[in-house]
Design a protein around this ligand. Structure first.
Ligand SMILES: NC(=O)c1ccc[n+]([C@@H]2O[C@H](COP(=O)([O-])OP(=O)(O)OC[C@H]3O[C@@H](n4cnc5c(N)ncnc54)[C@H](OP(=O)(O)O)[C@@H]3O)[C@@H](O)[C@H]2O)c1
Ligand SMILES: [Zn+2]
Length: 368
C-alpha cells in the first residue's frame, strides 16, 4: 500500500538526508555528497547513513546495513540517484534490490554519465516504486561542485578575500595582517576544510608565507597549490613542509625550470600547457578536486574570474577604514570602459560574524 505518494510528504525526510550528506562536506571528492534514510513500512526511521570518504561505502549501503531486515517493504530516501556501475565499491542498485525495499525516493538524477538515469530505470524495471524530484533544487545546490565538474571538466571555484569597509585588502605599504577578526579567520579555516584545494600565486608565497591549512578541522587537509610562472619562489616556505598537508607547484612552459632544483622535494611539481587558472583547474579536476578555494591576491583573482574559474565569492568585510589611493584592492583591472559591461553578482546573502560582515554571492546563477 502506498502511504505517501505526494512529493511534499517526503520533504522532511529528504531534509534529513541532505543534512546527513553535509556531514562529509569536503571529504568525498571526487565523489558527491550523499546521505540516505531508510523508513520501515510504517514510515519509522530504521537506518541512516552518509558517504564519508571516496572508497568508503556509499550512503545507501551504510543506511541499509543499519536497517538490516527492517528495510524489507520500506522506503529508501537518498539525495542522488543510486549508482548502478562497479566503481571502487559494487553498485548500490544491487544492494537495494536485495534488501527488499519497495520504494526509493530520490532528489535528483546523477550527472555522472555512467549513471545518469540508468540507476532509476533499473530499479523501476525490477518493480520498485521510484519517486524523483523531492527537494531537487536543494540537492543540486548541495552537490553544485560535483555537478559543475561533471558538466565542465573543472572544479567549482570559490574566491575568498577579506577587506575593509572602504574595499582595501592592505595598506599602501603592504601591511595586511589582520584586517578581519580572529573568528572570521577561523571561518576561513572551516571554508578550507570544505574544499579539495587552496590556490595562491607566487607573490602571495613570497610576501605572506601562508600555511593554508584548515588547522586540522578535517583529517585530510586540502591540497595547497601555488601557481607561479616565474618560479622565483623562496627556498624556505611553510608550504614546502608537506608533513600534514600536500603541496603542488604548477608552472608554465615559459618558466625557468632550473629554479625548481632549488626547491625541496616535498611538494609535487607539474608543468602546465600554460600558466593559467583554467589549465590549472583542468589538472585539479583530473586529480579529483570538486571544489577549490582561490586565496590569491588581486592579479591572479582577476585572471581567474576572466577565465571563468570563479563561481562563488566569499567576502569578509571588517568595519574599518584603511584609505590610501595606492592601497591594495581585492581585484585588478578587467578593462571595463562602461558600467554596462561590469559583472553583476547574483544570489547575494550576508550574515554578521562578530563585528565583521560576511557576504557570499554567485557570479552566474546558471552555474547551479
Ligand atoms: N586580503 C586577502 O584576502 C589576501 C589574500 C591573498 C593575498 N593577498 C595579498 O595579495 C598580494 C599578492 O597579490 P597578487 O595578485 O600578486 O597575488 P598572487 O596570489 O601571488 O597571484 C599572482 C601571482 O600568481 C602567479 N601567476 C601565474 N600565472 C598567473 C596568471 N595567469 N595570472 C596571474 N597570476 C599568475 C604569478 O606568480 P609568479 O610571480 O611567481 O610567477 C603572480 O605573481 C600580497 O601582498 C598578499 O598579501 C591578500
Ligand atoms: Zn552507490
Amino acid at each position: 500500500m502506498v502511504i505517501n505518494s505526494n512529493i511534499q510528504d517526503w520533504v522532511p525526510w529528504m531534509r534529513r538526508v541532505i543534512r546527513l550528506a553535509l556531514l562529509a562536506d569536503g571529504q568525498t571528492s571526487p565523489n558527491p555528497l550523499v546521505g540516505a534514510v531508510i523508513l520501515d513500512s510504517n514510515n519509522r526511521i530504521v537506518g541512516e547513513g552518509f558517504h564519508s570518504f571516496a572508497g568508503n561505502p556509499h550512503a545507501e549501503i551504510e543506511a541499509l546495513s543499519q536497517a538490516g531486515p527492517l528495510a524489507k517493504g520500506g522506503t529508501l530516501l537518498v539525495n542522488l540517484e543510486p549508482c548502478c556501475h562497479d566503481g571502487r565499491t559494487p553498485p548500490c542498485t544491487e544492494a537495494i534490490l536485495k534488501s527488499g525495499v519497495s520504494r526509493v525516493v530520490v532528489a535528483m538524477n546523477d550527472p555522472d554519465p555512467r549513471v545518469s538515469g540508468k540507476g532509476i530505470d533499473l530499479l523501476k524495471k525490477a518493480g520498485v516504486e521510484v519517486i524523483t524530484g523531492v527537494l531537487e533544487d536543494e540537492a543540486a545546490f548541495l552537490n553544485r561542485a560535483f555537478i559543475f565538474r561533471n558538466k565542465t571538466g573543472r572544479p567549482w571555484g570559490i574566491l575568498k578575500w577579506a577587506m575593509s569597509f572602504d574595499g582595501r585588502i592592505g595598506l599602501p605599504n603592504g601591511a595586511s595582517k589582520w584586517i578581519s577578526q580572529k573568528s572570521s579567520r577561523e571561518r576561513v579555516h572551516a571554508l578550507r576544510a570544505k574544499c579539495d584545494a587552496v590556490i595562491v600565486g607566487g607573490e602571495t608565497v613570497r610576501i605572506d608565507n601562508p600555511l593554508l591549512t584548515s588547522r586540522g578541522i578535517n583529517k585530510v587537509e586540502p591540497l595547497r597549490v601555488v601557481l607561479s610562472s616565474s618560479l622565483k619562489l623562496p627556498i624556505n616556505a611553510q608550504l614546502w613542509n608537506t608533513e600534514n598537508a600536500k603541496t603542488l607547484i604548477c608552472y608554465g612552459p615559459e618558466s625557468d625550470v632550473g629554479l625548481l632544483k632549488k626547491l625541496p622535494n616535498g611538494p609535487e611539481k607539474v608543468l602546465l600547457d600554460q600558466s593559467s587558472p583554467s589549465k590549472l583547474l583542468e589538472l585539479l579536476a583530473q586529480k579529483g578536486c570538486n571544489k577549490v578555494l582561490w586565496e590569491c591576491g588581486s592579479s591572479l583573482a582577476t585572471s581567474a574570474i576572466i577565465e571563468n574559474c570563479v563561481q562563488e565569492i566569499v567576502c569578509f568585510v571588517a568595519p574599518k577604514l584603511l584609505g590610501g589611493v595606492s592601497a591594495m584592492t581585492p581585484l585588478g583591472d578587467f578593462g571595463f570602459t562602461s558600467l554596462e559591461h561590469v559583472i553583476p553578482v547574483k544570489k547575494v546573502s550576508t550574515y554578521k560574524n562578530g563585528n565583521d560582515f560576511v557576504f557570499t554571492m554567485l557570479l552566474n546563477d546558471k552555474d547551479l
